[in-house]
Design a protein around this ligand. Structure first.
Ligand SMILES: O=C[C@H](O)COP(=O)(O)O
Length: 251
């Protein structure tokens, strides 16, 4: 039985003041039975959030990490070992905003994934197709390629210390959500791809859905057999809404 995970990706939002308010809101959620809860603030606010959430069962992660695990001459990047030192547990890797806007390709995503694990973080690998790719029937090919690049380079066992997030690019921040059946089809395909190499790893792998998750659609999405929680963007900036989504994962 996989324990659900709900991670709130705060993206490039927040000031010290608004983050302080959000921390108070998340603290009020308290303990959500049967669900792991995480928040991923901007790098600038990680220390504030780690301090602010001390003592409650909500872990903290980063939205990105460098492609090397050790400190070094790489201006503007943050190493996984530095993120662990700051109190992070997770790092997103390969979010579509970084793939599309910043040009991160599969090869770089592989290096970041490896660096995250070497430094002691649990990578949350993001995969997903664009609207154009979905319309032309390429969805599963795209996902298989994105997952396959990791498996080919690093082997399948690395997924026993990782999470996958399926985020259709067309559903991110758009208000459009994949239907539970659309999402389930992709989640099942990801699990089957991993199972070809190791059924034990596949069975234990948490696969999150992301893309306009709200309290109004969370119960249905999280009710699908291969959806093990959510990667929540916009809705995670409202603590009450985020709390309702977390509770939906436990229901
Ligand atoms: O990382 C989160 C995803 O990009 C989903 O964002 P969203 O919930 O605002 O659509």
């Amino acid at each position: 039985m996989r324990r659900p995970l709900v991670a709130g990706n705060w993206k490039m939002h927040g000031t010290r003041a608004s983050v302080a308010e959000l921390i108070q809101g998340v603290r009020r959620l308290g303990f959500v039975d049967g669900v792991d809860v995480a928040v991923l603030p901007s790098c600038l606010h990680i220390a504030q959030v780690v301090e602010g959430l001390r003592g409650i069962p909500v872990s903290v992660g980063a939205q990105n990490c460098a492609s090397q695990s050790d400190q070094g001459a790489l201006s503007g990047e943050v190493a996984s070992t530095q993120l662990v030192d700051a109190g992070c547990v997770w790092s997103l890797v390969g979010h579509s905003e970084r793939r599309q806007i910043l040009g991160e390709d599969d090869a770089l995503v592989v290096r970041k994934f490896a660096a995250a694990q070497v430094g002691g973080l649990i990578p949350i690998l993001c995969v997903g197709e664009t609207l154009e790719q979905r319309r032309s029937g390429e969805t599963l090919d795209v996902i298989v390629r994105q997952i396959g690049s990791l498996v080919d380079a690093l082997g399948v066992e690395v997924f026993s210390r990782a999470v996958v997030a399926y985020e259709p690019v067309w559903a991110i921040g758009s208000g459009l959500t994949a239907t539970p059946d659309q999402a389930q089809e992709v989640h099942a395909a990801i699990r089957a791809q991993i199972a070809v190499k190791s059924s034990a790893v596949a069975d234990g792998l948490r696969i999150l859905y992301g893309g306009s998750v709200k309290s109004s659609n969370a119960v249905e999405l999280f009710g699908m057999p291969d959806i093990d929680g959510g990667l929540v963007g916009g809705a995670s900036l409202n603590a009450d809404e985020f709390g309702a989504i977390c509770r939906a994962a436990g229901s």
